[in-house]
Design a protein around this ligand. Structure first.
Ligand SMILES: Cc1cc2nc3c(=O)[nH]c(=O)nc-3n(C[C@H](O)[C@H](O)[C@H](O)COP(=O)(O)OP(=O)(O)OC[C@H]3O[C@@H](n4cnc5c(N)ncnc54)[C@H](O)[C@@H]3O)c2cc1C
Length: 322
């Protein structure tokens, strides 16, 4: 079986969860071969083996840290030329999508972004599912000619452990002058919240304009903390400055697909739904029984969030004590 290249997302040697999802999807199409750009493979190798990587191409070059995304695309392009893979899988993150676009230009391969599922079609080639128009339309797509580059939405495919040998294959790599055009001159480590990453979280609690103010939005954080969730927000909230833009969910924000999504005081505009509709279970709390969010909710509570959420927090607290 041909190899399927998976670009590993890692930080400080820690392999991000989406990589396990990519390896699981890759195994449906061929032999999963991870691609590790930068240092730290010693720490990451066991995790790649646990999720079925048969081989790991390791390019430990400082170029990946010194220059933005272009070197990663060049590395993949060189591996596409040498390994002739059946497909290339990257995370559907902002960076992953940029790598996919650049790789497509370099190789002439087709790109399928925001994939929510991947399967082998009748001819063995990748058949990719997308949830379009805010999830109202499910589309199956494939690249008709040549290699497929697939950007898979985090949390869309459940990672499955599968023992792989994760044999390391060093790759010598030096970025071209063109890829060195934009250099990273300094880095500022973002203050790390104790909450899970929004796009990787199993549970997301999001608040909308119904929270009324930055002060009112705190109830969303309280609920998130009792259930170990990430906090999300609608654009109405981030535009009002009640919560940072980095936490906006929707068409112009982050796309999430957790096991559980709670939309609190959010109307359910199509642009918000575009970022959360593929969540496995959706709970809505809204005082308006006609709010569109109820059309897609699995469970709904019609009521004032400032009455409902404190009760919910109290009940969850009681359950935890049992
Ligand atoms: C190009 C474009 C891109 C966009 N991208 C995004 C995006 O990425 N993400 C996004 O979210 N939006 C996006 N929007 C904006 C989107 O159209 C909506 O305006 C926005 O989602 C509304 O946010 P909301 O649901 O919080 O506010 P509203 O629509 O005002 O809804 C507030 C809800 O809270 C309820 N409510 C009020 N008080 C209470 C209470 N005390 N208790 C319970 N419920 C209460 C109301 O009944 C109402 O349903 C975009 C718009 C455009 C045009």
């Amino acid at each position: 079986m041909a190899e399927v290249l998976v670009l590993v997302e890692h930080a400080g040697g820690e392999v991000k969860k989406v990589t396990a999802e990519l390896l699981t999807a890759a195994a449906r199409l061929g032999t999963p071969a991870a691609v590790w750009a930068g240092p730290g493979i010693e720490a990451g190798q066991p995790r790649l083996a646990e999720f079925g990587a048969v081989k790991v191409y390791v390019a430990d070059s400082p170029d990946f840290a010194d220059y933005v995304v272009a070197p990663k695309a060049e590395l993949l392009a060189s591996l596409v030329a040498s390994a002739a893979p059946a497909a290339v899988l990257v995370a559907g993150s902002a960076e992953g999508k940029e790598v996919a676009g650049r790789l497509s230009v370099m190789t002439g391969a087709g790109v399928l972004t925001d994939a929510v599922d991947v399967a082998a079609g009748p001819d063995g080639a990748a058949l990719v599912s997308h949830a379009n128009f805010g999830g109202a339309v499910n589309v199956h797509a494939r690249v008709k000619s040549g290699l497929a580059i697939i950007a898979l939405r985090p949390n869309a495919v459940a990672p499955e452990a599968a023992a792989g040998s994760a044999v390391l294959e060093p790759v010598s790599f030096e970025a071209s002058d063109a890829a060195r055009a934009a250099r990273v001159v300094s880095r500022e480590v973002a203050a790390k919240s104790a909450r899970p990453d929004l796009q990787e979280a199993q549970i997301v609690v999001s608040g909308g304009r119904g929270t009324g103010s930055a002060e009112g939005f705190k109830v969303i954080e309280e609920l998130a903390d009792v259930v170990g969730a990430a906090v999300g927000a609608s654009r109405a909230v981030t535009d009002a400055g009640w919560y940072p833009h980095a936490f906006q969910v929707g068409q112009t924000g982050k796309t999430v697909s957790p096991q559980l999504y709670a939309a609190v005081g959010i109307s359910g505009a199509i642009q918000h739904r575009a970022g959360m509709q593929t969540s496995k279970t959706i709970i809505a709390i809204n005082k308006d029984p006609e709010a569109p969010i109820f059309e897609i909710a699995d469970f709904g509570v019609v009521g004032d969030l400032f009455t409902v959420v404190p009760q919910l927090i109290e009940e969850i607290g009681k359950k935890k004590q049992l």
